[in-house]
Design a protein around this ligand. Structure first.
Ligand SMILES: Nc1ncnc2c1ncn2[C@@H]1O[C@H](COP(=O)(O)OP(=O)(O)OP(=O)(O)O)[C@@H](O)[C@H]1O
Ligand SMILES: [Mg+2]
Length: 162
């Protein structure tokens, strides 16, 4: 029973593909927390998720200065919010920037630099950790909270198929 998925991503296309596959197992209300140093591939994963959900129409960049961007998602999750906590430091910053109000209506919330402000974690969610490995990246995918075996099973099957 695989609950933590580890995979090598040889190039940018593989990182985006991981996001596309993850998108197929997401359900309304899901949270995706992305961790990894500068340039680790967090936005590429987000781009893959949004490509799968919007049919490739969304242009996705890191909302480093704007804190978050909102996208029109599919019918089963119409409001997709992509946030970037790089410039935030603690729980108080979540209040003062209006983060909680801004994400309240999200049907899918994707957050880069979640490790920067761990107070932004809900009770359950996808934890995506990216690391530089040689010329590529390594990704570790896990589900935080109850139900991890059920939530990770389908994705691990999809990744095995390639
Ligand atoms: N698997 C990979 N192998 C090699 N390069 C990759 C891979 N995945 C992504 N990249 C490259 O890494 C660079 C940074 O990607 P990306 O912008 O997604 O990182 P990020 O984690 O969002 O960075 P930031 O912390 O600045 O927001 C891009 O130029 C992309 O081409
Ligand atoms: Mg980014």
């Amino acid at each position: 029973m695989t609950q933590t998925i580890v995979q090598f991503l040889p190039d940018q296309a593989a990182t985006e593909r991981l996001g596309e596959l993850l998108a197929t197992v997401l359900t309304r209300g899901d949270f995706v927390g992305l961790e990894g140093e500068l340039g680790a591939g967090k936005t590429c994963v987000t781009r893959g998720i949004l490509r799968a959900l919007t049919g490739g129409t969304a242009r996705v960049t890191s909302p480093t200065y704007t804190l978050l961007n909102e996208y029109d998602g599919p019918d089963h999750m119409p409001v997709v919010v992509h946030a970037d906590l790089y410039r935030l430091h603690d729980e108080d910053d979540l209040e003062s920037t209006g983060y909680w109000d801004a994400v309240a209506d999200a049907d899918l919330l994707i957050v880069e630099w979640i490790d920067q402000v761990t107070a932004a974690w809900p009770e359950t969610g996808w934890r995506i950790q990216l690391q530089h490995v040689e010329a590529g990246r390594s990704v570790t995918v896990s589900w935080v909270g109850e139900g991890a075996p059920e939530r990770t099973k389908a994705l691990s099957g999809l990744l095995e198929e390639g």
